[in-house]
Design a binder for this molecule. Structure first.
Ligand SMILES: [Zn+2]
Length: 115
């Protein structure tokens, strides 16, 4: 379910909540990328620290090349496409921001990422 663009917006929202809360003192940057990745991320209206920006770009690039349609939950997927370092980071982000978003009733799109 979901298009890459919609999923990437959700990822961006998760990471931006996390970064804003957990890295408030760290300098933030706008998101820019070249090529296909840029088509998806350059319109996002968020700012992230350097580490979270890398995580978002990694996650977005993996989502764009995801071969599955409909996309399964990342937890159930047999292709563990994230690099281990980023997989751990995105889990932490999802856990943290997931709790925040539950309070806002915005869980409809996110379950497939929670692992
Ligand atoms: Zn951050």
């Amino acid at each position: 379910m979901g298009s890459p663009a919609g999923d990437i917006e959700v990822l961006a929202e998760f990471i931006s909540i996390y970064c804003g809360d957990v890295h408030p003192e760290v300098e933030k940057y706008e998101i820019h990328a070249g090529g296909t990745l840029g088509e998806y991320v350059n319109s996002l209206d968020i700012q992230l620290c350097a580490g979270c920006k890398k995580l978002l770009l990694h996650a977005a690039s993996k989502r764009i090349v995801c071969p599955y349609d409909p996309k399964p939950s990342c937890k159930k997927c047999e292709t563990h496409c994230y690099a281990p370092k980023y997989r751990n980071q995105i889990r932490e982000v999802m856990r943290y921001s997931g709790k925040r978003l539950i309070l806002k009733g915005k869980l409809n799109l996110i379950w497939k990422y929670i692992s």
